[in-house]
Design a protein around this ligand. Structure first.
Ligand code: HAS
Length: 542
C-alpha cells in the first residue's frame, strides 16, 4: 500500500483502537455493577456506561476499523488512490471523527444515556444526534470515495473482473449506504426535531422500524470485512488458495440482497406489525443464513485442500497441517469456531416462537458477544497483526506473536465465561440492559446472581485481553523493528471464471436489493403511518 494511503488507513485504525480502550473499560465496569458487588462512583449512571460501551464498540470501533481496512484493501488490490479520492477520504475521516467526539462528549456528560440503539421514547441531547449524523455523513463521503476509486479501475481495465477484495469492499459500502438511509431518516426527521422541541411527540413504532431497517444490515457491515479476511487473507497466510472466487462474490451479493429486508426479526414482539410481514421477514432471515453456510463450506474446503496438498490423510488430518503458532491465522480461526454456536443462536433468535423466550433477555447480549465481539473482533485483531505493521513499515516480532496467541486464548476463556453465562441466565429470564437488582429478592431473580458473577469474571478476563491487544497494537504501530510486512492476498484455486466478470453488474444487484426492500417494507410501513397514534407529529414531517 502506498505510504499516503497507509497514513489514511492508520488514522482510522488509531481511532478504532482508542474506542476499544474506552469502550472496553466501560464494559468492565458494567459487568462489575451487574454482579451486585460494585457501585459506580460519583453518581455515574449504569446506563451512561452502557451507552458508552455499546456506542464506542458497536458503532465507532467497527466503523473506523472497517473503513480504514477497506481503504487499505482497495489501495492494495486496485492501485494507489488518486489525490482527489484520498482528499475526500480524509474529509470523510475528519467528519466522522468530529461526529464521534461530539457524540461521546454528550454520552460521557450524562446527557445521552439512550443506549447504542437510541430509540424513542429515550431522548438524548440534540448534540448526540448531530454527532451521530456527522459520523454517518462522514462514512458516506468515504463510501463515495471508494466507489470513485472502483469506477476509475473499471475504466482502466475494461472487460476484466474487478479484484476480489475491491469487489467485496464496494459491496460492503453499497450495503452500508442503502441501510444507513433508515437511521438517517429517523434521526433527521424524528429524533432530532423532537430533541430540539420542534415536535413534541414521535411515532415510536416508525422510529424503531427505521432503526432496524439499518440495525440488521449493520451487523453484516461488521461481518463482511471479517469474511474478506477469511476468504482472501487466510488462504495466503496458511499457504493455500481461495477455494472459489465466484462463490465468494456470490456470498457477498446474497448478503447485499438479504441483509436489509429482515429488520422485523428484531421486532417480532412489536404489536403494531402484522404477523404476515413478520413471517415474510423471518423467511428472508433464514435465507440470509445461506451465504454464511456457503462461507463455512468454503473455509472447510480451503483448509482441507491445503492440508491434503501437504499430505494430510483421514477425515480431520488436515487440521494438524494448519499454522497454529501464527497469530494472524489463530485469532481469526478461533473467531470462525465461535461463529458456529453464535450462528446457531442467531437461528434460534430468528425462529418466531423461540424469540418469545429470548427476546429482551441477556441471551441476546450473549448472542452478540459471540458474533460481533468474538467472531468479528478476533478476526479484526488477527488482521491488525499484519495490517498495522504493513502500514507502519514494521514487522511483528516473535515475542509479539506469542503475546497475540496468549491474547486470543485469554479472549476465548473470558468470552466462554461471559457469553456462556449470559446465554444461561437469559434462558432463566434475566433481562438485558438492567443494572443490578434482585427485584425485591424474588426467587427467580436470585437464581441469576451466580451467572451475573460469572459474567463479571468473564468481563475482567476480557479486559485483560483488551490491555494485551492494545500493547500489541501500540508496539506494531510505533515500536516494532522497521521492515516490510506482507498484506496477504491469496490467488484463486482456479483462474477467475467468466462468472466473476458478470458479478460487476451493479445496476442489477442494486435493483434487486431495492425491489426486495420495497416488497418487505412498503405495506407494513403504510399500515404504520395510517394507524399512527393521534398526535404523534414526528412522522408527518416527511
Ligand atoms: Fe444476530 C440480535 C438473528 C448473525 C449481531 N444480532 C442481534 C444483536 C446483535 C447481533 C448486535 O432473528 C442485538 C441487537 C440489539 O441490541 O437488540 N443474527 C441472527 C441470525 C444470524 C445473526 C439469523 N448477529 C449476527 C451477526 C452479528 C449479529 C453475524 C454481528 C456481527 N440476531 C438475530 C435475531 C436477533 C439478533 C433474530 C434479535 C433478537 C431479539 O429478539 O432481540 C445469522 O446471520 C447467523 C448465520 C451464521 C451461521 C454460522 C456459519 C459458521 C461459519 C464458521 C465456520 C467455521 C469454520 C472453522 C470454517 C449459520 C461461517 C471450523 C473449524 C473447526 C475445527 C470446527
Amino acid at each position: 500500500v502506498d505510504r499516503r494511503d497507509a497514513k489514511l488507513a492508520l488514522a482510522h485504525i488509531y481511532v478504532a483502537f482508542t474506542a476499544l480502550a474506552l469502550g472496553g473499560l466501560a464494559g468492565l465496569l458494567q459487568t462489575l455493577v451487574r454482579s451486585g458487588k460494585f457501585n459506580l462512583p460519583a453518581g455515574i449512571s449504569y446506563y451512561t456506561i452502557l451507552t458508552t460501551h455499546g456506542t464506542l464498540l458497536g458503532l465507532v470501533l467497527t466503523t473506523f476499523f472497517i473503513i480504514g481496512f477497506q481503504f487499505a484493501a482497495i489501495s492494495r488490490t486496485a492501485g494507489t488512490l488518486s489525490d482527489r479520492v484520498r482528499f475526500w477520504a480524509w474529509v470523510g475521516f475528519w467528519t466522522m471523527t468530529i461526529g464521534t467526539s461530539t457524540t461521546v462528549f454528550y454520552i460521557l456528560t450524562g446527557q445521552a444515556s439512550v443506549l447504542y440503539t437510541f430509540y424513542a421514547p429515550l431522548q438524548a441531547h440534540a448534540g448526540f444526534y448531530i454527532g451521530l449524523t456527522l459520523l454517518v455523513v462522514g462514512s458516506w463521503i468515504s463510501g463515495f470515495a471508494t466507489f470513485a476509486h472502483y469506477a476509475r479501475w473499471k475504466k482502466q481495465h475494461p472487460g476484466q473482473a474487478s479484484p476480489l477484495l475491491t469487489f467485496m469492499s464496494v459491496t460492503n459500502m453499497v450495503l452500508w449506504l442503502v441501510s444507513t438511509l433508515g437511521v438517517a431518516a429517523t434521526v433527521l426527521f424524528q429524533l432530532l426535531p423532537w430533541s430540539l422541541g420542534i415536535v413534541d411527540k414521535v411515532d415510536v413504532l416508525v422510529s424503531r422500524t427505521l432503526f432496524w431497517y439499518f440495525g440488521h444490515p449493520l451487523v453484516y457491515f461488521w461481518l463482511l470485512p471479517a469474511y474478506m479476511v477469511w476468504y482472501v487473507a487466510i488462504p495466503k497466510i496458511i499457504g493455500g488458495k481461495i477455494f472459489s472466487d465466484s462463490l465468494a462474490r456470490l456470498a457477498f451479493i446474497l448478503f447485499l440482497f438479504l441483509s436489509i429486508p429482515v429488520g422485523f426479526h428484531h421486532q417480532l414482539l412489536e404489536p403494531g406489525i402484522k404477523p404476515f410481514w413478520k413471517f415474510i421477514q423471518v423467511f428472508l432471515t433464514l435465507m440470509v443464513v445461506v451465504p454464511s453456510l456457503m462461507t463455512a463450506f468454503a473455509m472447510f474446503a480451503t483448509f482441507e485442500a491445503y492440508g491434503r496438498s501437504k499430505g494430510a490423510t483421514g477425515l480431520f488430518g488436515w487440521l494438524r497441517k494448519l499454522p497454529w503458532g501464527d497469530a494472524r491465522f489463530f485469532a481469526p480461526f478461533i473467531g470462525m469456531v465461535f461463529f458456529i454456536p453464535a450462528g446457531a443462536g442467531g437461528i434460534i433468535n430468528a425462529s418466531h416462537q423461540m424469540n418469545q423466550v429470548v427476546h429482551n433477555t441477556i441471551w441476546v447480549t450473549g448472542h452478540f458477544h459471540l458474533t460481533v465481539a468474538t467472531t468479528v473482533v478476533l478476526t479484526f485483531f488477527g488482521a491488525a497483526y499484519w495490517l498495522i505493521p504493513h502500514l507502519s513499515g514494521r514487522v511483528m516480532t516473535k515475542a509479539m506473536n506469542r503475546l497475540a496467541i496468549i491474547q486470543t486464548v485469554v479472549w476465548t476463556i473470558g468470552m466462554l465465561f461471559m457469553s456462556g453465562s449470559m446465554h444461561f441466565a437469559g434462558l432463566l429470564g434475566a433481562p438485558r440492559r438492567s443494572a443490578f437488582s434482585t427485584y425485591g429478592n424474588s426467587p427467580q431473580a436470585l437464581e441469576w446472581i451466580p451467572y451475573q458473577i460469572a459474567q463479571a469474571v468473564g468481563g475482567t478476563i476480557l479486559f485483560i485481553g483488551i490491555i494485551l491487544v492494545l500493547v500489541i497494537v501500540v508496539n506494531l504501530a510505533f515500536f516494532a523493528p522497521k521492515g516490510e510486512t506482507e498484506f496477504p492476498v491469496a490467488e484463486a484455486a482456479e483462474p477467475q471464471e467468466r462468472v466473476a466478470l458478470a458479478m460487476d453488474n451493479w445496476k442489477l444487484w442494486i435493483g434487486i436489493t431495492v425491489a426486495l426492500i420495497l416488497i418487505a417494507y412498503t405495506i407494513p410501513f403504510v399500515d404504520m403511518i395510517q394507524n399512527a397514534p393521534p398526535g404523534s407529529k414526528g412522522y408527518k414531517l416527511w
